[in-house]
Design a protein around this ligand. Structure first.
Ligand code: NAD
Length: 456
């Protein structure tokens, strides 16, 4: 009874306190973005990571990935003394009230996700909170499959939960790389999957302070929150595989362009215009990983994975469709030179995790082509995989010079502005494969332009 009363008192104090002190565990794309936006908003913020080199660099103002605006935010927060970076978890938990857990949940070879980082983090946090003996709110931001909070996280904290010293909330993150800051500042929705009403209330209070005017919030249980995140990403993946399937039909029909079809169906409000860009298939750290985790999870229940498995199959076949375009113009041959423009899984990021460029470049190397590549941000990451097997070019001109074929794999804005004259002047023969549909076929009609979803 007494511990319950003290819990109620602490919760009340939490809810009435003006500004909660925030810590963020795991400073990758998600964690660092959340930590910086928080601190700029005036919340005392501590960021923790197990990677010592990352922490050393962050203290110097150097993030280990590219994300628009992040460097400026980091610089501002460090200069204004708003944020602290450390590897010391104990000090962090003792000096903050709520903690966002943002560690990675990377894919395993069998398509499931690896929970080892989350399990390690949770065990370390539990040991420390046992001696803190003050209420702490734990918010799981990492994407985990349904029932992970219930079956993996909550049991670790059972003693502290009983004493009312901890609440755990599953609060999935929907930010997009390339728009991380904007998406944190203007989320379309906040999902609060709390183990208890109190935890959810405290997190809502925190968000009220953070946003002023609260965005839309859905309160639910942790498992529903976990499945909302997977359903969200599976739907986006489905839209992409859908339009890619239509694109593959268009390619066989002279005069038909998938972009016209996307535009037309996107006008139907029930469909909407977003995520209807045909291309080489989706990549990145989220969609492929979350889709295969959902497929794996659904296999527990009768025939529930059928649609998701088809979406994945379409996506895995899409890079082959790109290679077929090179084959069609007779250039998938040893000693031909191919220039690849764009390596990142999408524009405005240096992230190449599960990027289709990796699969495609591997196949080009296997077919003994000479591969020259360019990307405004992702070349260093690509070098870690391909080393000296390919040629890295600092400029587009250098990349396309004297090549037999140019393949566009990322929709960088700078590539959209390239003129037909440039390709004509620099390439051996102006054969272009636009796998992102960023060039205007009319403007390029005098060149040999092949494109995903363009029947010509
Ligand atoms: P990431 O791999 O870029 O970063 C994870 C960080 O956690 C690393 O810096 C790592 O060193 C650190 N870490 C691991 N164990 C730790 C521990 N015990 N203590 C402290 N730090 C630890 O991951 P990310 O891309 O930021 O994604 C994090 C989570 O958010 C994943 O579950 C991901 O699925 C999800 N998510 C990612 C995105 C995205 O766009 N990247 C969007 C929404 C959700």
């Amino acid at each position: 009874m007494s511990s319950h009363n003290s819990y109620k008192r602490q919760t009340k104090r939490f809810i009435s306190s003006k500004k909660l002190r925030v810590s963020v565990i795991g400073l990758g794309f998600v964690g660092l973005s959340i930590a910086l936006v928080n601190s700029k908003k005036g919340f005392t913020t501590i960021g923790v990571d197990v990677n010592k080199e990352k922490i050393r660099n962050l203290k110097k103002g150097i993030p280990d990935f590219f994300e628009p605006g992040i460097e400026n935010y980091l610089d501002y927060c460090l200069k204004s003394n708003l944020i602290k970076f450390t590897t010391n978890l104990e000090e962090t938990l003792f000096n903050t009230d709520l903690t966002f857990v943002c560690v990675g949940t990377p894919p395993k070879n069998d398509g499931t996700i690896d929970l080892k980082y989350i399990k390690n983090a949770i065990c370390d946090i539990h040991k420390i909170l046992k001696s803190k003996k003050k209420y702490h709110l734990l918010i799981i931001k990492s994407t985990v499959f349904p029932q992970t909070t219930k079956d993996v996280v909550l049991p670790v904290f059972s003693d502290l939960l009983k004493k009312g010293l901890v609440d755990v909330v599953m609060n999935p993150e929907f930010l997009r790389e390339g728009y991380a800051i904007k998406d944190i500042l203007e989320p379309h929705l906040i999902v609060i999957g709390g183990n208890s009403k109190h935890g959810g209330q405290i997190l809502e209070k925190y968000y009220r302070n953070f946003y002023g005017k609260l965005p839309e919030i859905i309160h639910c249980d942790p498992t529903t929150a976990e499945l909302i995140k997977y359903a969200n990403n599976a739907f986006l993946a489905t839209k992409i595989s859908f339009i890619n399937s239509i694109a593959n039909i268009c390619q066989n029909l002279p005069g038909v362009d998938v972009n016209v079809i996307s535009k037309a169906i996107g006008k139907d409000r029930r469909i909407g215009p977003l995520f209807l860009n045909a291309g080489p298939g989706f990549g990145g750290s989220c969609l492929p990983k979350d889709l295969s985790a959902l497929i794996n999870f659904s296999k527990r229940y009768d025939n529930t994975d059928m649609l998701f498995s088809a979406v994945e199959k379409v996506n895995k076949t899409q890079p082959i469709k790109v290679l077929n375009l090179i084959k069609k113009i007779n250039l998938l041959k040893p000693s031909k030179t191919i220039s690849v423009l764009g390596l990142a899984f999408k524009k405005d990021t240096d992230d190449i995790r599960a990027a289709t460029s990796i699969e495609i470049v591997k196949k080009l190397i296997k077919n003994k082509l000479i591969v020259k590549v360019h990307d405004p941000k992702a070349m260093d990451n690509f070098k870690k995989i391909f080393g000296n097997k390919i040629i890295y070019c600092q400029t587009v001109d250098e990349c396309i010079k004297n090549s037999d074929c140019c393949l566009i794999l990322t929709e960088w804005d700078s590539y959209k502005k390239l003129s037909p004259q440039k390709f004509k002047k620099l390439m051996k023969k102006p054969n272009i494969i636009d796998a992102r549909r960023i060039l205007d076929p009319k403007k390029f009609s005098k060149l040999n332009l092949q494109a995903i979803g363009l029947g010509n």
